[in-house]
Design a protein around this ligand. Structure first.
Ligand SMILES: Cc1cc2nc3c(=O)[nH]c(=O)nc-3n(C[C@H](O)[C@H](O)[C@H](O)COP(=O)(O)OP(=O)(O)OC[C@H]3O[C@@H](n4cnc5c(N)ncnc54)[C@H](O)[C@@H]3O)c2cc1C
Length: 554
């Protein structure tokens, strides 16, 4: 495959030559730098590259050009190269146009001229955007193929697992892709309903477990050491932040994650309210950056491993993993977040994963092209899912139990939903039953006020109906509130002498510390926590400070 292209466009010959020279010097080993002196020439080049399937990674375009401005050129490229990263070179007076362009044409960045020295003002921004582009870019396919039936629940789980661990794969549908029979034949397996994974080295796994997949693709599933300073359970934003701070501050840090790093945030199509990302970022992107950062700083990350028990031995805390092994440490941060509440209605269980999904809107969105889908829930997660699905599905029905959509959803999402002609919002409505044999075929919608029920044909149902902490494995050791969230700091129950029962240290429990010294809770799993990405990240980082203080006092 030809190297990806960076296209730079400027009508001033001297500037164009200078930028081209700088870019070649810095990026020339991995990218082909192409220069164009006008919008029209640039469009011509882009069309020719597209025909040859040469990928374009980045467009770096001057705003002030005669006949076609930079913003107009970038707008004209949206359909041609939707995935390329877009950067505008502006003068101070063009700042307003650039900010408008963030919303209107998905501008990724604007840079004020002059951009010298490039090592400080140009390359870091472009390096970051190009590493983003590389993470999502799919070259002509040479990687893992997943062969299966669209309506196989396990195939859906494997897709989700691979996507969330950032393992690129190609989906080969048994019903519509002739390659499926060829691959099954080559592997010598009879597919039945079991998914088949075929690897680039020609080996295959039929209906593998997540840990078997992890071993095969090189994700770590066993700890490298027997003992750590800090073990973090849960790889959502809170756990990942704790891993970054723990490792960067010299603690031997292990993070144990049951599925894939990213947690709930990893399932989010677009996070609009995370500080420092004015044009938003996807949950997968955030997770990828955090994993890279934590690993670079020296944290060890285990995936496809569940923490199943915790026991105390003197100053040591021992975490049992689902393969029966134990890891020892002096401090634990529990950052296990929450999991979706299940909808308990007639006919639903056999259809989970084959038409009924809990929080899987990103993975399934493409498969919903042209279909009828329903989303249940009145919070931001339901709103984001509905907006995302509306880009692909023929129509999206959002069912909200309450009488107002504004009550649980941010205003920007409400606006986006109302602006979509294929989204119908039904208030005081819920799902009373679902129907289907091999996949979802219908749902019965119940009007809360009147109790009337109507059956509607439906291809997919996405549920975002609240979440519960899964802390049963900690019962009897750590204090939990009535809903199972972990209680910390000043909220801990006190005996009549004012002390926390069983607490043995002279100091009081820290803000994020549970009733057992050295065990902390951060993020959504903590009782009364703010259920947001930024607050999870904040708590994960703060918890590490308390770990240091705890260790210093031992
Ligand atoms: C669809 C959706 C959209 C959202 N959008 C936004 C948004 O735009 N902005 C915002 O601020 N917030 C948003 N949120 C909320 C935000 O994602 C959460 O508040 C945040 O992810 C909480 O982080 P956490 O690390 O505490 O827990 P989680 O993200 O829940 O992560 C916990 C992790 O722990 C793992 N785990 C659980 N138990 C175990 C165990 N026993 N052993 C090993 N691993 C375990 C889980 O697999 C999971 O990966 C959204 C949530 C959802 C579901």
């Amino acid at each position: 495959m030809a190297d990806p292209v960076i296209l730079v466009v400027d009508d001033e010959p001297a500037v164009l030559r200078a930028v081209e020279r700088e870019l070649r010097g810095h990026f020339g080993a991995e990218y082909t730098v192409v220069a164009a002196d006008s919008g029209a020439t640039a469009l011509d080049i882009i069309r020719r590259l597209a025909l040859r399937e040469t990928p374009i990674a980045l467009l770096l375009v001057d705003q002030r050009m005669p006949r076609m401005t930079g913003v107009e050129l970038l707008a004209a490229t949206l359909d041609l190269v939707p995935d390329a990263r877009r950067v505008l070179l502006t003068a101070y007076a063009d700042t307003d146009a650039a900010i408008r362009a963030i919303n209107e044409i998905h501008l990724d960045q604007y840079l004020l001229k002059p951009w010298e020295p490039p090592e400080e003002r140009l390359f870091p921004v472009l390096d970051d955007l190009l590493s983003d582009w590389r993470a999502t870019f799919r070259p002509p396919f040479e990687g893992i193929r997943l062969v299966g039936h669209r309506w196989s629940a396990r195939a859906h789980e494997i897709k989700d697992y691979l996507a969330r661990n950032l393992v690129p794969y190609r989906w080969v549908d048994v019903e519509s892709d002739a390659e499926a029979a060829r691959l099954a034949g080559a592997a010598g397996v009879d597919l039945g309903r079991d998914p088949l994974l075929v690897f680039p080295d020609g080996s295959h796994l039929l209906d593998p477990s997540n840990s078997a997949i992890a071993e095969k693709v090189g994700l770590r599933t066993r700890p490298g050491l027997r003992s750590y300073d800090l073990v973090i359970v849960g790889g959502g934003p809170a756990g990942l932040a704790a891993a970054v701070y723990g490792a960067s501050e010299g603690l031997r840090t292990l993070l144990v994650e049951r599925e894939a790093p990213g947690g709930q945030a990893g399932t989010t199509s677009r996070i609009e309210n995370y500080l420092g990302f004015p044009s938003g970022l996807s949950g997968a992107d955030l997770a990828r950056r955090a994993v890279a950062q934590a690993s670079r700083l020296g944290a060890e990350l285990l995936t496809a491993r569940d923490a199943t028990a915790l026991r105390l031995e003197d100053r040591y805390r021992l975490v049992t993993l689902d393969d029966g092994s134990e890891v020892s440490c002096e401090a634990v941060i529990v950052a296990t977040g929450v999991q979706y509440r299940r909808l308990e209605v007639e006919g639903i269980e056999p259809l989970v994963g084959i038409g009924v999904f809990y929080g899987a809107a990103i993975t399934e969105a493409l498969a919903c092209r042209g279909q009828r889908v329903a989303v249940v829930g009145g919070g931001n997660s339901a709103g984001q899912a509905a907006v995302h699905l509306a880009q692909f599905a023929a129509d999206v029905t959002l069912l909200v139990r309450g009488g107002s959509i504004e009550a649980g959803m941010s205003a920007y999402l409400v606006d986006q939903l109302r602006a979509r002609p294929n989204v119908t919002i039904r208030l005081r409505a819920g799902v009373a039953a679902v129907g289907g044999t091999n996949s979802l075929e219908s749902i019965t919608i119940e009007e809360g006020a009147s109790g009337t029920r109507e059956e509607h044909p439906m291809d997919a149902l996405f549920l975002f109906i609240g979440a519960l902490p899964r802390t049963e494995w900690l019962a009897g050791i750590l204090e939990r509130d009535g809903a199972g969230f972990l209680v910390t700091g000043s909220a801990l129950a006190r005996a009549s002498d004012g002390r926390v029962p069983g607490w043995q240290l002279a100091r009081e429990p820290f803000l994020l510390e549970t009733n057992v010294a050295g065990i902390f809770a951060a993020g959504d799993v903590r009782s009364r926590s703010v259920k947001r990405i930024a607050s999870g990240v904040g708590e994960g980082s703060m918890a590490v400070q308390f770990v240091h203080q705890h260790l210093a006092g031992l």
